[in-house]
Design a protein around this ligand. Structure first.
Ligand code: BTN
Length: 227
């Protein structure tokens, strides 16, 4: 991952460019700014200069049910990268990385044909929206974007090797970093509240409802209830 890097000062969305280009596996698209940065559920992702906005083109030869696990690969990579900057991050299922319960990073994976685009945004030296936080806020100083970029690519490369050999290991690693045993509200197909107890071997969120019933969530938007 990252043998080939395509850099733009400004682009609509690195995910969109990654989707449209015919490039070899491991190619990384990175931009200083995105004018149409996207998040999950069609949300806008504010992407000013100072943040790290990138997409990795993957062509994983794995079983279809293992494709969704790529989002964890990205999240673990971000947590490990933050760790090297002495910042403790945790994963909020399925695709956010939080520091002090504020969002520092988001992951957006998209599949087109044989390609899976792993889009990662990390607030580094940029100002963030209300509920966000950036590396510079935590450390009290700016850091080199290139440095963060390099360690992220190293981590992703290592994790992708693991993923290709053993997708289940990625779920195990993600579980250790996940915010669990907390009350949450899940919006998706209606609204459910419960305790986020675990993730299962396929990466689904295991929710315990008030009446003790267990509900597995495949897709949804989780908010933490105790904040
Ligand atoms: C989310 O939190 O919902 C996901 C945010 C993903 C943002 C990244 S920034 C690089 C890549 N390009 C995009 O347009 N989105 C992802």
């Amino acid at each position: 991952i990252g043998k080939k890097v395509i850099y733009y000062q400004e682009i609509s969305s690195t995910n969109d460019v990654a989707k449209s280009l015919d490039v070899e596996e491991g190619t990384v698209i990175v931009a200083d700014r995105q004018t149409k940065g996207r998040g999950r559920l069609n949300r806008k992702w504010i992407s000013p200069e100072g943040g790290l906005w990138l997409s990795v083109v993957l062509k994983p030869k794995v079983a279809p049910q293992d494709i969704p696990k790529i989002v964890f690969l990205g999240a673990i990579g971000v947590v490990r990268t933050l760790e090297e900057l002495s910042i403790p991050g945790r994963i909020k299922w399925p695709n956010d990385v939080l520091v002090n319960f504020r969002k520092i990073s988001g992951i957006l994976t998209e599949k087109v044909g044989e390609k899976v685009i792993l889009g990662i945004g990390i607030n580094v030296n940029n100002n963030t929206p209300e509920n966000g936080i950036a590396v510079k806020d935590v450390l009290g100083k700016e850091v080199s974007l290139v440095h963060v970029f390099k360690i992220l690519l190293e981590n992703l490369d290592e994790l992708y090797e693991i993923y290709l050999k053993s997708p289940g290991t990625i779920v195990e690693l993600a579980r250790e970093l996940m915010i669990l045993n907390v009350p949450v509200k899940v919006l998706g197909n209606g609204e459910v509240v419960g305790i986020a107890e675990d993730i299962d071997e396929d990466g689904r969120l295991v929710l315990r409802l008030g009446n003790g019933e267990i509900r597995k969530i495949i897709y949804g938007d989780v908010s933490l209830r105790f904040l």
